[in-house]
Ligand binder design. Structure first.
Ligand code: SF4
Length: 218
């Protein structure tokens, strides 16, 4: 019987060997990554890219600009990301938080202690655990594991977790046994997302060709 750490490291090694480094999360700055983490809720990344391109074209991709732009105008600019009225509100909530906490300085905010900052981020309307952890890990380089629907699907299909279950439980599945290494957490999450996109599809997974075929089987 393998222990959990062994099987997770085995999966990581298989995926890294098969796919190589994913260079995720794309973004020219920490702030762009944080904005992308909010825009990507319930939409494909290509739509986020279009919304971010629009923000850049309108010179809105900065804390100050987003703080001052009217929310209706922001909705129009980020329309390609879908749910644009809700996401404009969520961006505004995040920016208000950023100014209240650190006068709009994201580097200062991300310099704070992980647990305390995570808790406060989760209190922001529209920021759930996946978004908070994405900001903390990818923009903040902090050792918190991001889990998502792909992660859940892959582990469930390998009989490691129940199909439903709280986010924190799934996150603990990784964090309780892996070293708190932000670079590894970054790469592991990105590899799982890529596996979910390419092989572990929602319908008709391609198990026969998948690099995770036979994983965690003795
Ligand atoms: S595609 Fe099949 S082998 Fe690959 S991760 Fe999904 S369930 Fe496992």
């Amino acid at each position: 019987m393998f222990d959990r750490k062994t099987i997770l490291l085995d999966l990581y090694a298989r995926l890294y060997k098969a796919f190589g480094p994913r260079h995720w999360w794309p973004g020219d700055s920490r702030f762009e990554i944080a904005v992308g983490a909010i825009l990507t809720q319930n939409t494909a990344w290509r739509n986020v890219t279009r919304a971010i391109t629009n923000l850049k074209a309108k010179n809105l991709l900065s804390p100050y600009a987003l703080h001052h732009v009217p929310v209706q105008d922001l909705s129009t600019v980020i329309k390609p990301a879908g749910y644009y009225n809700i996401k404009a509100q969520r961006l505004k909530h995040f920016i208000r938080f950023l100014f209240e906490e650190s006068d709009g300085d994201l580097n200062e905010l991300l310099g704070e202690d992980l647990d305390s900052l995570r808790e406060r981020l989760l209190s922001v309307n529209g920021i759930g655990p996946e978004t908070a952890d994405s900001i903390l890990l990818y923009a903040g380089n902090k050792p918190t594991f991001v889990v998502d629907a792909y992660t859940r699907r892959i582990l469930f299909r390998h009989n490691l977790i129940p199909e439903e279950g709280p986010y924190d439980e799934l996150q603990s599945f990784f964090m309780d046994c892996l070293e708190p290494d932000p670079n590894m957490f970054n790469e592991f999450h990105a590899l799982l997302v890529y596996l979910g996109h390419t092989y572990c599809l929602r319908k008709e997974p391609k198990c026969a060709e998948c690099p995770a075929k036979g994983w965690n089987e003795e």
